[in-house]
Design a protein around this ligand. Structure first.
Ligand code: NAP
Length: 524
């Protein structure tokens, strides 16, 4: 397969005529060929019309067909072979091993959702059979199952060009829920996006899917992306990116005649708590592990540890020295885009210039678009007084907040916005403190983890990659793991319908063998 610069509208490769975008070589800044034609309003209209037309036939397909489609996408992505990795490497500057791992994760996610679809538990079937003899009134027959919301718009992430982009978690979970998907390609990796879209189109053809089950649009500005969210045929949005981008799309969705949910993953600084016993017993071992997590992938992880909270004293000083030493050995790394690099440099410069912040260490200088790590420290009083210290700096920078004692540490925690993760480093002797802190920690983050760092997000059934605002726009959901399918479903209840009219999963004989909650009992 080759990169042609074409979008995909339904099964049709189409060269956009509304301006164009180019991929850039992240390492050199050089413009990559070909140009990608931007979608015109007529292209958006066609993609939405096709998605709407596909919704019903797609969601009514047997679950086995839906699962086979997801598996076929996974196979087709693998079939792209090295061409996909090579193009992605050029566009993102991410190392080959990371991209190969990410491809594995992407394929794994698709297969996981295929298994979820086959098992049928996501349908959430509940059956309350009629009780005609109940006194004083008979009970009606009620049967509930979940169904897809309708066409979903997906805005992929720049930092996961495979696992959170065109065929990434949002697309996989929406397709699994029975929803057609229209992806607005991220301008940071258009060639990668086109290749993956071609793989999806081949899978759709091979599996006989309705034409509009998937489309990919390039946008030479912001109108197409915004128009997609505004279009009445779109029923939900998945987004990963900046706070300003997520908020802009949420506002458009809320202002529609029919408002729709936007599942936006935005900003998180992922506090790391170093509790006194852990710090005393192994602070110098935690330090290099922290630096490795901070600088991994040039710090371009939504779960990057951007904030350290600890009680001030000799043990924290030893940790700071060890972390500074480790950071000095980490070479600068290429960032994803000139824009992300620029905003990282601005964030670091403004912390360095802040009167109440101390620069503890920086990594070796890099070239071009390469980010060097940066470690800062401040007092709890300054942190709580200066809101500008609490924003996310996307990249390998972190701020240590020195707290006078655990009560102050708790006040700092209380002052924080919602987070994707909070990591707690604890020794045996810290357990009573952690127990006391847990209710506060639970109210602040989607995932709490002990003696580790939030980077590295397992795609699993019990994973939550979400959290209170602004980590996400809707803390009730996750964008990673099998529970992500719930975002694109809604329950429908059927009262007293003859069984012959009901979907098979609601039949009493349970021909599909899906989990059913019968009169409140069972595995549903
Ligand atoms: P971004 O600028 O928000 O872009 C994300 C996507 O949304 C892109 O497709 C972008 O279009 C589109 N977009 C952004 N603003 C828009 C608007 N006002 N109207 C319509 N479309 C809009 O984010 P990014 O450049 O990918 O990532 C950088 C930032 O995202 C980082 O600074 C970091 O804070 C955050 N981030 C957070 C997470 C997380 O999970 N929490 C993960 C990754 C990144 P274009 O392609 O045209 O730019």
């Amino acid at each position: 397969m080759t990169v042609t610069g074409q979008m995909l509208i339904g099964q049709q490769a189409t060269l956009g005529t509304h301006g164009h975008i180019h991929g850039l070589n992240a390492a050199t800044g050089q413009v990559l060929q070909p140009a990608f034609g931007g979608a015109a309003p007529a292209d958006l209209e066609r993609a939405c019309a096709l998605a709407q037309a596909a919704f019903e036939p797609y969601r009514l397909l047997p679950l086995e067909r839906r699962a086979a489609f997801l598996e076929s996408i996974a196979s087709q992505i693998l079939e792209l072979g090295d061409e996909l990795i090579e193009r992605c490497l050029l566009e993102t500057g991410l190392p080959r091993a990371r991209l190969e791992g990410e491809r594995g994760r992407t394929v794994g996610q698709l297969r996981l959702f295929a298994a979820v679809v086959r098992k049928g538990g996501f349908l959430g079937v509940r059956i309350d059979p009629a009780q005609p003899g109940r006194q004083p009134l008979p009970r009606v027959d009620l049967r509930l199952r979940q169904m897809g919301l309708g066409p979903v718009a997906v805005f992929g992430a720049s930092n996961f060009p495979l696992a959170f982009s065109v065929a990434g978690g949002d697309t996989a979970s929406a397709l699994a829920a029975g929803c057609p998907v229209i992806v607005k390609a991220h301008s940071a990796h258009p060639g990668t996006s086109e290749l993956v879209a071609q793989a999806i189109a081949r899978a759709a053809r091979q599996q006989g899917m309705p034409e509009g089950v998937f489309s990919l649009l390039f946008d030479s500005g912001r109108d197409i992306g915004q128009g997609l969210v505004a279009d009445s045929r779109i029923k939900a949005v998945g987004f990963t990116g900046s706070r300003s981008g997520g908020m802009a799309l949420m506002q458009i969705a809320a202002a529609r005649a029919e408002p729709i949910p936007v599942y936006a993953e935005m900003s998180s600084i992922n506090p790391v708590l170093l509790l006194p016993h852990a710090l005393e017993e192994r602070g110098e071992q935690i330090a290099p592990a922290f630096v490795a997590s901070l600088t991994q992938g040039a710090g371009q992880f939504c779960t990057n540890p951007g904030l350290i909270l600890a009680v001030d004293g000799p043990a924290l000083q030893r940790f700071e020295r060890a972390a500074a030493e480790a950071l000095g050995h980490v070479a600068a790394q290429t960032m994803l885009t000139p824009g992300i690099y620029r905003s990282y440099c601005q964030g670091v410069a403004s912390l360095a210039a802040h009167a109440r912040v101390q620069l503890l260490a920086q990594g070796p200088e890099g070239q071009g678009q390469q980010a060097r790590g940066a470690l800062f420290a401040t007092s709890a009083a300054a942190f709580m007084a200066c809101p500008e210290l609490r924003g996310e700096i996307f990249g390998p920078a972190s701020l240590i907040v020195r707290c006078a004692d655990l009560t102050v540490l708790q006040q700092v925690l209380r002052s924080l916005e919602g987070q994707l993760t909070i990591a707690i480093h604890l020794g045996e002797g810290d357990q009573p403190q952690v127990r006391a802190l847990l209710p506060l920690l639970e109210s602040k983050a989607g995932r709490l983890l002990a003696n580790g760092f939030g980077t590295g997000v397992e795609v699993a059934h019990a994973m939550v990659h979400g959290g209170p605002f602004p980590a996400t726009s809707d803390s009730r959901s996750t964008s990673v793991g099998s529970l992500a399918i719930q975002r694109f479903l809604r329950p429908v209840s059927y009262q007293d319908l003859p069984e012959s009219l009901l979907p098979a999963e609601l039949h009493s004989a349970n021909p599909l063998q899906v989990p059913q909650l019968l009169d409140g009992q069972g595995s549903g």
